[in-house]
Design a protein. Structure first.
Lengths: 370, 157
């Protein structure tokens, strides 16, 4: 379909994206599992599709892939729980060790800077930063740990919803399309079908692109970290790639994580930490200029300037969830806005709809007039 | 069995099988196609689609009559009047070209609608069903061509 939206449509698209972000922030407990369910749905869709190709009904294919995924999650949880319980104390020690390693690296870097620039030495930069880090780490458990545990416990039931939602998306997705189609007047019916098809295409391209991007990022970062000799390169790569789902903030957190591990594994070699930062930056550049255009970039057909601006707007309106949600929401708002814009501004479709309404009104009043 | 349950030969499936496009499908295949079809009701004189509009779907008449005509010329520009079981708008299934004529309901009618994206999806997921429908569609287009060639005043032969 020919797409040429005017400024009014674009203002409406951006405004509705912001409004949705604002509303979604209020119902995050529902939006987050819904988004996760969409990711799982598009992750499982190719497998379901393949089963349908082999002659299974859609319901059976959805039951196998969705049920299999839920069973796999339950199995992982059952296997991981005793392992997590037995290693929890060890992790606490490791965490403290990594924080200490990071703090040592920071101190060394600060001291190096103080040796170069005397005004930093006069400001006691190294001592101040060390004191602040020490205070933060000492009071972390006291101030934040309880809140963190309570928040996790509160989120758990709604997060558990995600695989079940994904199963129903896989099973009843078509019924939903029919249901929406039935509610639309005849004049707009074909355009609405097209709109729903385009929305599904956009969302599928985005989420399947996101999964591909995560795999590519994980592999690239794992290879880079493995080459410089860091331990747990694959796990670190995966965690950083998942964190990168949150624009900017996720990348910074991922970089900090890599630096902490490098500084702790090689406390006497600060160049290892710097090497890890260089690898991280190189992978981010590769991500921005090669992987992203190959995966997600193609799905949303957005101007890079608009993408960056909307990420800032998303962060300002809804914080970290806003950063994550803004691009898929904008993509869907674009498709809806452009199509609704085409319908609303098409005088012929409006005239046909008005005529059909008058026909229905006449039919309804036929026996009243005689 | 749940996984491969035998399709019920319900009245809906019988109704679908009576349509030329689906006459070669077995009950299970009909059930799959039924999941993709949308049903629309149009009142007498209501426009179904306009000439020049981008076509997204094929229409099959379940009941009632439909007039295919030049845009806005119901009487003079009449091309065909189709009854139950016939289909129209089939070119939309094959390409993105604009509709070549207008379709209007001659009387109150019920239409089954097959959306192009669903048909293309069917080609990937259920190649046998899609090939059966395609063959029927090709026969239908061939029939139309033959009718056009044999029409009085045609210079093709």
């Amino acid at each position: 379909m020919n797409r040429s939206s005017g400024p009014v449509v674009w203002i409406a698209i951006i405004a509705s994206t912001c409004l949705l972000l604002f509303l979604f922030k209020k119902i995050l407990w529902l939006v987050v599992p819904f988004m996760l369910a969409l990711i799982i749905y598009y992750f499982l869709q190719p497998a379901t599709h393949r089963l349908v190709l082999h002659g299974l009904s859609r319901k059976a294919a959805a039951a196998i892939t969705g049920g299999g995924f839920i069973a796999l999650l339950l199995l992982c949880a059952a296997l991981l729980f005793p392992w997590v319980s037995s290693h929890a104390v060890g992790w606490q020690v490791s965490l403290a060790r990594y924080v200490e390693g990071g703090s040592l690296l920071l101190q060394k870097t600060m001291k190096g800077l103080e040796a170069q620039f005397s005004f930093l030495e006069r400001a006691s930069l190294s001592r101040n930063v060390s004191e602040q880090i020490a205070t933060f780490t000492e009071t972390f458990a006291q101030h934040y740990l309880a809140d963190l545990v309570v928040t996790l416990a509160a989120w758990l039931p709604s997060l558990l919803l995600a695989p079940f939602l994904a199963f129903f998306f896989l099973r009843d997705g078509r019924r939903f399309t029919k249901f929406i189609g039935n509610a639309v007047p005849n004049a707009f019916f074909e355009r609405t079908l097209y709109l729903m098809h385009e929305m599904d295409k956009t969302a599928r391209a985005y989420f399947q692109g996101l999964i591909s991007l995560t795999i590519l990022d994980t592999i690239a970062l794992a290879i880079g970290l493995w080459i410089i000799g860091l331990s747990g390169a694959l796990m670190l790569g995966l965690v950083c790639a998942v964190l990168a789902w949150i624009p900017y903030v996720g990348s910074i957190l991922g970089c900090l994580l890599v630096v902490l591990v490098a500084a702790t594994d090689f406390p006497l070699d600060p160049w290892m930490a710097y090497g890890a930062i260089i690898v991280f930056i190189l992978v981010r550049l590769l991500d921005d200029f090669v992987f992203m255009p190959l995966t997600i970039g193609r799905s949303l057909r957005m101007h890079p300037l608009l993408t960056v601006l909307m990420i800032f707007v998303g962060g300002a309106v809804a914080g970290v969830p806003g950063l994550m949600l803004v691009l898929p929401l904008l993509g869907i708002a674009m498709v809806v806005g452009e199509t609704v814009g085409m319908i609303v501004t098409d005088p012929r479709l409006q005239a046909r709809h008005a005529y059909a309404r008058s026909l229905r009104a006449r039919q309804a009043a036929a026996d009243l007039q005689s | 069995m749940f996984l491969f349950s035998k399709a019920e030969d319900s009245s809906r499936l019988k109704q679908l099988r009576a349509l030329s496009l689906f006459s070669t499908l077995n009950p299970r295949e009909l059930k799959t196609v039924d999941g993709l079809l949308h049903e629309r009701s149009f009142l007498q004189d209501e426009v179904i689609f306009d000439q020049g509009e981008e076509g997204q779907a094929l229409y099959i008449i379940e009941s009632g009559k439909v007039l295919i005509c030049r845009q806005g010329q119901s009487a003079l520009g009449k091309i065909a009047e189709l009854g139950a079981g016939r289909l129209f708008g089939e070119l939309a299934l094959l390409d993105n070209s604009p509709r070549v004529a207008q379709a209007r309901a001659v009387e109150g009618c019920t239409l089954a609608v097959l959306f192009r994206a669903d048909f293309l999806g069917l080609l990937e997921t259920h190649a046998v069903i899609a090939s059966k429908i395609s063959l029927q569609l090709a026969r239908h287009i061939g029939q139309r061509l033959r009718e056009t060639v044999n029409a009085p005043g045609s210079q093709s032969e």
